[in-house]
Design a protein around this ligand. Sequence first.
Ligand code: ZN
Ligand code: ZN
Ligand code: ZN
Length: 207
Amino acid sequence: MIIDTGMTIAYKCSSCGTYEFFNASLFRLTRKKNYCLTCRCKRSGIAISEKGYLKLSVRMHCIACGNEHVFDIDAKEFINKGIGVFYCPRTGIQLCFVGNDILVRQKIDTLEKELDEMIDTFGYESYFKNTRVMFDSLNRIHDIAEQGNLVCECGCSDIELILLSDRIQLKCSKCPGINVIHAASNEDLKDILKVQQIFLSRLQNTI
Ligand SMILES: [Zn+2]
Ligand SMILES: [Zn+2]
Ligand SMILES: [Zn+2]
């Protein structure tokens, strides 16, 4: 019998924000106690350590809340049959995917396809200073709106979004209430990921 012990780990780099993949052979992983996997940008990585038979813990810096998170993973659950998704406990952003190689890649493909669709909508990638940051920021604003936390000081939650190359303008549909979310760099992205609610005000401000 051949047992596939290969497992793929994908995580959102805390420095460049892209998803980095690693193929890990669990036997290789578990022979060594600790393992460091570095993103291709070389500025961030994750640390994996063995916690028993096919049990791993992944330690990573979080792009969203700025803290370090440790995810305990029982690899037996994810080999061959499935995928595990690990979230930032503070912001809910998806940080880490573990499991069967095909499923993990499909998952990341889906996330990246949504990004491609946005690029298609705007015709060309260079419309935005950083398309991925813009995309992640928009997703975050949608999440905040879905939770009912995007409101104008007049009480209206019908908010119009205007996408500019480096920022998102939020405009109230009932009054001159406005807010501007900068979305040009990973630093900007970190700011918006930390925010739980956005208020629009007639005096122009930023979050
Ligand atoms: Zn990176
Ligand atoms: Zn976090
Ligand atoms: Zn308003």
